[in-house]
Design a protein around this ligand. Sequence first.
Ligand SMILES: Cc1cc2nc3c(=O)[nH]c(=O)nc-3n(C[C@H](O)[C@H](O)[C@H](O)COP(=O)(O)O)c2cc1C
Length: 384
Amino acid sequence: MTPKKLKSPYEVMQLMIEILDAQYPAHREKGEGIIQFYFFYGNHDWICYIKVDEIHLEFYTGEAENPTVTLRCHFFHWLDLSSGKLNPIWGMITKRLKFSGKISFFKTLPKGDFSVNICDKDDPCSTFEKNAAKNWKRLKSVIIINASPRSVNGYTEQFAVRFAEGMREAGANVEEIYLSGLRIKTCTGCWHCWIRENGCVFDEKDDFYKLFEKVNQVDMVVYALPLYVDGMPSILKNYFDRSVRRVYPYISGDTEKMRHPRRIDRKNQTMAILSICGFQEKRQFKALEMHFKAIAHNSHIPLITTIFRSGAMFLFNNPFFYKPLTEILENMRKAGAELTLTGKINRKTKKKIEQKITSKKEFIKMTNYFWHDKITSQKDSNDY
Ligand SMILES: Cc1cc2nc3c(=O)[nH]c(=O)nc-3n(C[C@H](O)[C@H](O)[C@H](O)COP(=O)(O)O)c2cc1C
């Protein structure tokens, strides 16, 4: 692969004329003749012309014999003129554009009209997307995607299993999937999944597509993840990168923040986040929450609730906090049941899960004691 270079004025002109040529058949002002350009740009003069006949526009470099009209100007002034930003009369008065010959012949060039809407996939926010809890139906099927690289050995799992238990008690069919155990190749940004019918180049080579199909069947996907560097672990980010095929490449202007229309016809699915982190403050999750809100908007899947449990590792490793830990885990179960039945987690339940455990000062002292012990004893991470 060769790295991309900034296009030269000739290459820009070539592309521009290809676009205008495609629009030329529908253009009313046709004619026969030559438009000659002398552009200055960088340290060069760029000399080129457009040959116009009743059927086509064609681009050539160099000088033509007997041009119908000639324009001498800076290349950028031509770009301004051709995009309607520079009025030709004003361009002449200010000496930015120097024409000679039959100026009216420029009318044979179409205006570069992109107003023909070739995307018929308008997809505004549905009432469900705007307020999923209001139109709630008890969850029947749920997938919990555990995105902890430590999989079943991590603390994320401890919270996720309780949550899953509660959901099952409330009647949902829950499957937990461990991302770290799947082979999911990194998205290479080739756009294959957007422009070809047969999906991603890796569909036959890794586990992603099976997961993607499964995920599209359920009522809710719960993303259970540890906070990594203020965001999500890379395995989960890659899962979302590989999921761009969920939407079309087209863009619809139906929402204030632009997005692509929905491609996967699985309406009324929701998502939830269950995230844990090392530091004690809940504000550590701010960037992650914003990121998920953007993902929810772009994928047309409402983010129905978040559970953020800070200081997770500390909770599990400090014998003095066994009581709040038990209370938190019990409320995780409750939260799972409440969410399944009502689309909401009771405020009291959430407060118990996200409760503050100790003062900042104590937290720092205890955490540093913990790490000092691990460094001096060289304990393997599976033990904590
Ligand atoms: C690479 C890495 C980055 C982390 N980044 C953060 C962070 O930005 N903020 C935070 O509070 N905790 C951070 N943590 C701590 C984890 O969120 C925390 O230890 C969590 O309990 C790990 O979950 P697990 O046991 O399921 O692996 C990080 C941990 C790792 C390994």
